[in-house]
Design a protein around this ligand. Structure first.
Ligand SMILES: NC(=O)c1ccc[n+]([C@@H]2O[C@H](COP(=O)([O-])OP(=O)(O)OC[C@H]3O[C@@H](n4cnc5c(N)ncnc54)[C@H](O)[C@@H]3O)[C@@H](O)[C@H]2O)c1
Length: 380
């Protein structure tokens, strides 16, 4: 420890809390050269931002992100605000020479994301996108298993990301709470919000997606706008399904919806290879299911691995084997990797450039759904 990294976090909602917790704890559990300092929190409501600063121990607060970005006592800007703000904040921060950490999806569109990549690369500033599920130990283990070649040739990749919180048509859109249902703010519905996670994980595990064929559906066509108080057409995708071709010759299916009654945050995937298969479900996050064909045929079957041992990713930094870590630890693990990247000079993934590839898949999915045709994915 020793090198102070003065962080300015923008947004004090769900992710503002998750990231503040990560900055607060990372040096307690990981041995790192860098030590984040909670220098400033930014939000538009003065009373709330002050209260947040007090609760989490921030040294100061701002109500305008432009002021935060101008400050000389901030080394890194962390963007925890809705998707429509990512582009402008990231570019302004990069132009001021700040490191930029940004929540997913990187942007609303590939075009926005490309400009963000150009800005951070031109400025030469470290950058990172919080696709935190890469840091679920069981998913990191899946990555190790794939990298070691245990699956052999991969045939199938299957992903679902299912929730159920928008089934009720009286749920409004827009405003402070329901910006995810407002296409102007969110950019898209489940595509950017949920499938971006599935796509990031899929390409990390199984390589680039080169072509897609998609359909999208909006089940509830009109919702009251939370701020304006009147009904407006719903322009987000409530459900998106697509077929994918990967560069390695395997084929994939992806499905996401917020209308799967009983599914709260089911982020699951299965990979079927020549020698072995892997299955993961975030609703049972400590387990990686693994099937290996070369096992003694009499004893062959799906293994349910409790990914909590010292030999498993990240766990030696936490508790004793058999005990579990949770959702918040994925952000702490991600931050530890980002800080290690600063230390070693090998940037932690995903960088903005890597996240641009995910954005291009999202663009191709949206275009395919509009045109009813296969779309090739723009390569980075
Ligand atoms: N990695 C993940 O798993 C994950 C999970 C949830 C959200 N996210 C992403 O994080 C981002 C924020 O989502 P959230 O769930 O925390 O949203 P949220 O609504 O809980 O919080 C957003 C915060 O941003 C603030 N804000 C909005 N506009 C602002 C502005 N112009 N200036 C300053 N503050 C502003 C709001 O007041 C609020 O504090 C989104 O991009 C979302 O997609 C990622």
């Amino acid at each position: 420890m020793g090198k102070k990294l003065r962080v300015g976090v923008i947004g004090y909602g769900f992710m503002g809390r998750a990231h503040s917790n990560a900055y607060y704890k990372v040096n307690k559990f990981f041995d790192l050269e860098y030590e984040p300092v909670l220098q400033a929190i930014c939000g538009r409501n003065e009373e709330k931002v002050k209260a947040f600063a007090d609760r989490w121990g921030y040294a100061s607060w701002e109500t305008d992100w432009r002021k935060l970005v101008e400050r000389d006592d901030i080394d890194a800007i962390d963007i925890c605000t809705p998707n429509d703000t990512h582009h402008d904040i990231a570019i302004a921060a990069a132009e001021k020479g700040k490191m930029v950490l940004c929540e997913k999806p990187l942007a609303r569109t590939g075009a926005e994301a490309r400009e963000m990549v150009e800005a951070v690369e031109e400025a030469g500033v470290p950058n990172f996108v919080w696709f935190n599920y890469r840091r679920v130990p069981a998913i990191t283990l899946a990555h190790e298993v794939v990298q070691e070649g245990k699956l052999g040739r991969v045939f199938h990749y299957r992903a679902v990301y299912l929730q159920d919180w928008t089934i009720d048509p009286s749920v409004p859109q827009g405003g402070h709470t329901f910006w995810r249902l407002d296409a102007n703010v969110a950019g898209s519905g489940v595509l950017g919000d949920l499938l971006s996670h599935s796509i990031d994980t899929a390409m990390w595990l199984n390589g680039p997606i080169v072509a897609v064929n998609a359909l999208m559906e909006t089940f509830v066509k009109e919702r009251v706008h939370q701020e304006k108080g009147a009904p407006e057409p719903v322009k987000i995708d409530d459900a998106t399904l697509f077929l994918a071709r990967f560069e390695n010759g395997s084929v994939g299916t992806f499905e996401s919806t917020r209308y799967a009654r009983g599914r709260k945050n089911k982020n699951a995937f299965e990979i079927n290879g020549e020698h072995a298969s892997i299955y993961f479900d975030l609703e049972d996050p400590h387990r990686l299911e693994y099937f290996e064909h070369s096992d003694d045929p009499r004893l062959r079957g799906w293994r349910s691995i409790h990914v909590t041992g010292f030999e498993h990713p990240y766990h030696k930094n936490w508790w004793v084997p058999g005990t579990t870590i949770g959702y918040e630890h994925t952000f702490i693990n991600a931050l530890a990797d980002f800080l290690k990247g600063l230390q070693t000079g090998t940037p932690a993934e995903p960088t903005f450039r890597t996240a641009l590839a995910t954005q291009y898949v999202c663009d191709a999915v949206a275009k395919s759904a509009q045109t009813g045709t296969w779309q090739e994915v723009t390569r980075i």
